[in-house]
Every structure is written in structure tokens, then in C-alpha cells.
Design a binder for this molecule. Structure first.
Ligand SMILES: [Zn+2]
Ligand SMILES: [Zn+2]
Length: 338
């Protein structure tokens, strides 16, 4: 197999299983170093030992390159594939195959680890037809939320990525906009109107009482500008940030408003979020809501999390046509422009 592809996939799968960042970085760096060499030059340097002395190529990366050059899947990558892939049940597998894209992902413009073109490339490699770039909004300072000026600049990068790309993939201009304490959306309305996709999420005052939290969410849902309600309970069930209980709100009222406004309830696929919980997915299904299975990726490998979302959606019996990320791009954009 192609050595650069092998290194890239290794980084991707390690990231997906939430391996330490330095490990992922090492393989991505090795892929960049190897990728700069013409294929024949890489092979020559690998065989005469020069590659082993190249900065950015560690022992494991070298092993991967050598085994890939033998025309096989490197052992390390094969083991990773076995660990991370093909665990889906039949229902989830069928649903996963119907997913065409992802409406929630971050780049290093806010708190993601990776530049925008690399995120787009990873989404395309995964077979996506579209990925919404949804970096954070200004009030989320801890995550370097984008000011209006920076969002405008980011939109130019999105346009450039699309101009260079092919017909089969589109990077959608989006935002994960904070739902502020008063229910307002944390970005200029005129800018929100220019975006393809608006994911609205609560990130602050997660312990708000039920009344105010419900009012806050309803205001955002009824704003006419939100397309997706992101990780609605804010819970954390595992991971390095510890756990956090779900926030309290009137779920019947919130999901009825989502169904009424055509706002999709996000199934946030991140392993530490798994949001909403099963009983709320059931309630939203009953209420007639649309759903969006999103990765909330902060790195390329995280785009693979949607397998977990597909597993949960299939288990909940959500019909694929109610999941907006199974829709073709044209249908999706007609919906977000509603
Ligand atoms: Zn969020
Ligand atoms: Zn996010």
C-alpha cells in the first residue's frame, strides 16, 4: 500500500480511539515528511537507510513505510484497523452506509487541532459528500471563538477549499453558535444568514434551572436561524474532562419546538458526550423531530465517531429519512435555507 496513506490512516485511527495527541502528531508529521518525497525517492531512501536518519521519521513510522513498500498493510495499521473497525451491528452498518456527511466539526481556527483543508481532505477520504465547518462563536473565549471579522476571514478559506476541490465534495460554511443566557445567538444575524449551516449549542450556565434553560433553548430554536440543536443536554459520560450531569429542561417543549421549526436534534457522536441520552432520543423521535448524526470532530480522526452515532440512531429505530445527514447535498441545503 502507499506509505503516505498508511501513515495518514494510522494517525486517523489513533485519533479516533483518542490516543495521546503526541502519538498522532508523530505519524502525521512522518506522513508530511514522506509525502514531500517523490515515491521513487522515498523507496530509495527507505532501502539505503537514509530514511531512518530523517528528522520526523521515528522507528514505528519507518516500520510502517517499509512494510507498506513491501506492498502490504503494515502490521501496526492492521492491528489498529482490527481494533477500531467493523464493530457495527447490521442495522447500524446499513445506516452508516447511508450517511453522506457531517454538520459539526472544528478546525484550528477555534479549538480544533487541525487546519481547515486537512479537515476537508479527511472528510472526503471518509467518503463524505459534505462537511460543515462549525467553529465556535465569540463568547466561547476558552475555545478561541471567532469574532465576526475572523468568521468572515474563515469563510474565504472555505470558499478557497471548495474552489480547489472536486464536484463530489463540498465544505459547508457553518458555525457552532453559543446559545447565550438570554437565548440570543452569539453572532451577528447578518453573518449567520450567510452560512450554510448553523448549529446552536448551550456551553455556559449548564446548571441553569429548568425554567430559564427551557426558555433559552426555545428562543434559539425559534430564532429562525438555527438548523441543528447541538448536544442538547451538555452531559459528559466519560473521558479526560470527567463527567457532567445533563442539564435540566422541559424536553417535551423543546422537542415540540424543534419539530415545529424544522430544527434537527443532534445526535452528538463523541464518546464522552453520547448526547442526547436514549430516553431523550426516543422522546424526540416521538415528537416528530429531524436528527443530525454529527461527529463534533476536533481533529480528522474524530470524523469517524459518526459510527457511534449511527449505532445509537439505529438502536433507537430512527428512520433514515428523518436523519438530515442521509440527505443529498441539494436537499440538505434546501432545508437549511428554509
Ligand atoms: Zn459544543
Ligand atoms: Zn462542537
Amino acid at each position: 500500500m502507499d506509505p503516505v496513506d498508511a501513515l495518514t490512516e494510522t494517525a486517523f485511527l489513533l485519533e479516533r480511539e483518542l490516543a495521546p495527541g503526541f502519538k498522532v502528531k508523530a505519524f502525521r508529521r512522518a506522513a508530511a515528511v514522506a509525502g514531500e518525497l517523490p515515491a521513487e525517492e522515498l523507496a530509495a531512501r527507505a532501502s539505503d537507510g537514509r530514511l531512518a536518519r530523517t528528522k520526523g521519521i521515528g522507528d514505528r513510522s519507518l516500520e510502517i513505510v517499509l512494510q507498506a513498500l513491501e506492498g502490504r498493510v503494515p502490521d501496526y495499521l492492521a492491528a489498529l484497523r482490527a481494533r477500531t473497525g467493523e464493530k457495527l451491528g447490521p442495522g447500524a452498518k446499513a445506516l452508516r452506509e447511508q450517511l453522506r456527511g457531517d454538520l459539526h466539526a472544528h478546525s484550528d481556527w477555534s479549538d480544533g487541532t487541525t487546519d481547515i483543508p486537512s479537515m476537508a481532505a479527511a472528510a472526503r477520504a471518509l467518503g463524505h459528500e459534505y462537511l460543515a465547518l462549525t467553529d465556535h462563536s465569540p463568547s466561547l473565549k476558552i475555545a478561541h471563538g471567532l469574532t465576526p471579522e475572523r468568521l468572515e476571514a474563515e469563510l474565504e478559506v472555505v470558499a478557497a477549499v471548495n474552489a480547489e476541490g472536486d464536484e463530489g465534495f463540498r465544505l459547508l460554511a457553518g458555525i457552532e453558535v453559543d446559545i447565550l443566557a438570554d437565548g440570543a445567538l452569539d453572532q451577528e444575524s447578518a453573518l449567520l444568514d450567510r452560512l450554510d449551516v448553523v448549529v446552536a449549542s448551550v456551553h455556559s450556565k449548564l446548571r441553569d434551572e429548568k425554567g430559564p434553560m427551557t426558555a433559552r433553548m426555545l428562543a434559539a430554536i425559534r430564532s429562525g436561524r438555527a438548523d441543528v440543536l447541538g448536544h442538547c443536554t451538555g452531559r459528559l459520560v466519560q473521558g479526560s474532562r470527567g463527567t457532567r450531569p445533563q442539564s435540566e429542561f422541559d424536553a417535551d417543549a423543546v422537542f415540540a419546538a424543534c419539530a415545529d421549526a424544522g430544527v434537527a436534534v443532534e445526535i452528538n457522536s463523541r464518546p464522552e458526550r453520547q448526547d442526547p441520552p436514549d430516553e431523550l432520543i426516543a422522546l424526540a423521535l416521538e415528537a416528530g423531530c429531524l436528527f443530525s448524526i454529527d461527529s463534533d470532530a476536533h481533529a480528522p480522526g474524530h470524523l469517524g465517531f459518526i459510527d457511534l452515532g449511527a449505532e445509537r440512531a439505529a438502536a433507537a429505530g430512527i428512520p433514515p429519512e428523518r436523519i438530515v445527514t442521509t440527505w443529498p447535498l441539494e436537499q440538505l441545503l434546501a432545508w437549511t435555507a428554509r
